[in-house]
Design a binder for this molecule. Sequence first.
Ligand code: NAD
Ligand code: LMR
Length: 330
Amino acid sequence: MTQAPVKVAVTGAAGQIGYSLLFRIASGELLGPDQPIELRLLEITPALKALEGVVMELDDCAFPLLSKVEIGDDATKVFDGVNLAMLVGARPRTAGMERGDLLSANGAIFTAQGKALNAVAADDIKVLVTGNPANTNALIAQSNAPDIPAERFNALTRLDHNRAISQVANKLGVPVTEVKKLTIWGNHSATQYPDLFNAEVNGKNAAAAVNDEAWIENDFIPTVAKRGAAIIAARGSSSAASAANATIEHMHDWALGTPEGDWVSMAVPSDGSYGVPEGVISSFPCTVSAEGVYSIVQGLSINDFSRAKIDASVAELVDEKKAVTELGLI
Ligand code: NAD
Ligand code: LMR
């Protein structure tokens, strides 16, 4: 092995997403089969014993790419020199809650972790927030890390993106690989807007292929937007393996680039594109260069239906920002 290990931090590493995430990172699914990885795992003190057990299991896999694992409850030690950070650790919602109800419970985690990343992360740090409410937690972390460029803070809407692809593929009876250019706009919440009007199936417009506006409005959009709650109702706990999968896919594409002819949904700091105000972290269609720099896809047409849906989700992000400002978190 000639390449230096990439240092990958995962928070909440003893949690249920962590249990699905770590083994796949260590096996090479994050950065490919030639890139050694050093794992830096952060947990709260009472969970460190359970985390030691997870590390024993990582050892027992004898992953060739896993050069080292460090664990701890001190973010400034665990994040020291990290290149990629997956901020998963946060309380999940339970039945009857919206993700935004977690703001006061989880927001403070991201002030401390933003400060720690600012102090000790590597210069090329990329931070992906999965812990809910992901968009606004990412904004909190970003606001507390003034020396790290704002665009290095993303939030996860790739799970929603994958859910939407799967729903439309099922509806049309096509393989998921035929669905391209799907976009999730806005917040990772019940207001998110999965956009079929700019998506393609087999190279043709997806909304036209579906040809059923009632299904789009009354079935597709709410099914995708409320899928997290449906999983909590069915499983008794929130999505874990699919969330870990999406976390890996987002970070993989952000590090290594997106394929030609398609884009992915990433919640990124708004630059004002599509009328989304700067100062919130909102989901957009994005491509990523082979050097790991993302761009928001420009020039898509937004019809009146889409405009209203995007505006509603962005208004929620603006409200969440106001709430965390009042809580003194940013
Ligand atoms: P979990 O309760 O199983 O695990 C969370 C872990 O985080 C626990 O082990 C806990 O000890 C740890 N933790 C809490 N505070 C911490 C801190 N300050 N530093 C480090 N670790 C800390 O939860 P989970 O199912 O793994 O979900 C984690 C988060 O991800 C939740 O907020 C959940 O809602 C969210 N989630 C987001 C998406 C998404 O698409 N964005 C999808 C699924 C879940
Ligand atoms: C999801 O979308 O599955 C997660 O955000 C968990 C949740 O609370 O819905």
